[in-house]
Design a protein around this ligand. Structure first.
Ligand code: PLP
Length: 396
């Protein structure tokens, strides 16, 4: 006799799964995949460079030498030491190697940090427009994300007053993405200090996502933990992904106070156990080897940033704040009809250009499109020509 009970498969899902929003960036990705032709892809957050040769060589050698087993949860000691040295050299932040745990990308560092410090009843303050994963990560941890829209009229600069108005004793963490994805903004240190003070006054952590810290164009960058009043309240997140064109190697880290770092590596024991052993050796080569490839990539991003800013300034009816870091520009297209997902869909279907709709980064991003300049200059220029064509056609 066959069992007639309905199968729970498919609809017996946890509540936390139901609350997760589908990323609008992902929607565009799927539409681009289904697009008939070769669209200009200005939506991706992936450097269009190869991982430096010496890094690939080091990974190959490590795999051949049998460095293919699980490592200790927080990573191999030589990599943790190299991360500590790199952070001290490049962003002025002092952490002992024991205060660093290696993770599968910054993505895992952030989600485990959220699980370690936030839970039901807690709030996580996310200044927006922001990378959408923070909201999901807070929800997965059972906490409530609180979006704080930053002011568009100041190019989405950090606004301590607005943040203070949303930080309470329930706040477990305040997110600070510096340089920002999607605005490319690099925040003044005094504003970061104020936000850090607000968080510390409420016993909340400042989660400093500094994955784009090595990609700033107009001024040097220092990590928040090097200059705020209470560095013991800062959780610093870093990654090899953007700096070394290593997004697929999945190698990031979290640095911070010992109890949080230990908790993150304890939780990690039941998620990934450790970051890939081969990727850890690749990261070691990236951090300790020649840094010329980083300088070359950064110079290319800077040339493209300048080209985007110049080209957008020539266009009628649209504008973008000048990105100071990362490789994104946020284009104000609020003159065009529909919400930003409608605009992005039309731009793809009628002009063959893929962008990320601003409303995928929170309500504050409505009316904008994020353009990534992790793409060749000729593709970027063609993409911008087509955007101008659309703007002229729709505002005529
Ligand atoms: N943080 C920000 C602001 C990002 O834009 C990204 C990737 O796009 C990440 C973290 C994730 O980086 P990783 O590849 O190291 O997981």
């Amino acid at each position: 006799m066959t069992d007639q009970r309905p199968s729970p498969a498919g609809d017996r899902l946890s509540d936390r799964t139901r609350t997760l929003d589908r990323s609008k960036i992902r929607v565009m990705f799927d539409l681009a995949e289904a697009y008939d032709g070769d669209p200009i892809r200005l939506q991706v957050g992936v450097p269009d460079f190869d991982t430096p040769e010496h890094v690939v060589d080091a990974a190959e050698a490590a795999a051949r030498a049998g460095r293919t087993e699980y490592t200790a949860n927080p990573g191999v000691p030589e990599l943790r030491a190299a991360i500590a040295e790199t952070m001290a050299r490049e962003s002025d932040v002092e952490y002992a190697p024991e205060q660093i745990t290696v993770t599968s990308g910054a993505m895992e560092a952030l989600s485990l940090a959220m699980l370690a410090v936030a839970g039901p009843g807690d709030e996580v303050v996310v200044p927006t427009p922001a990378w959408p994963n923070y909201v999901n990560q807070a929800q997965i941890a059972g906490a409530t994300p609180v979006e704080v829209p930053l002011p568009a009229d100041s190019g989405f600069d950090l606004d301590p007053e607005r943040i203070a108005a949303n930080v309470t004793d329930d706040t477990a963490a305040v997110i600070l993405t510096n340089p920002s994805n999607p605005t490319g903004r690099v925040y003044d240190e005094d504003l970061v200090c104020e936000v850090a003070r607000i968080a510390a006054d409420h016993d909340a952590y400042l989660v400093a996502d500094e994955v784009y810290g090595r990609l700033t164009y107009d001024r040097a960058f220092r990590g928040a933990a090097s200059y705020v009043d209470a560095p013991e309240n800062v959780l610093t997140v870093g990654s090899c992904s953007k700096t070394y064109a290593m997004t697929g190697w999945r190698l990031g880290w979290l640095a911070g106070p010992q109890p949080v770092v230990d908790a993150v590596s304890r939780i990690g024991e039941s998620t990934t156990a450790c970051a890939s052993s081969v990727s850890q050796q690749a990261a070691l080569a990236a951090l300790t080897g020649p840094q010329e490839p980083v300088a070359e990539m950064k110079a290319a991003f800077e040339r493209r940033r300048d080209a985007v800013v110049e080209r957008v300034a020539e266009m009628p009816s649209v504008s973008c704040p000048r990105p100071e870091g990362a490789f994104y520009a946020l284009l104000d297209v609020s003159v065009l009809p529909g919400d930003s997902l409608d605009v992005a869909e039309r731009l793809l279907s009628e002009y063959g250009v893929v962008t990320a709709p601003g409303n995928g980064f929170g309500d504050a991003g409505e009316g904008y499109l994020r353009l990534s300049f992790a793409n060749g200059l000729d593709r970027i220029e063609t993409g911008l020509d087509r955007i101008e064509e659309m703007v002229r056609a729709e505002t005529a």
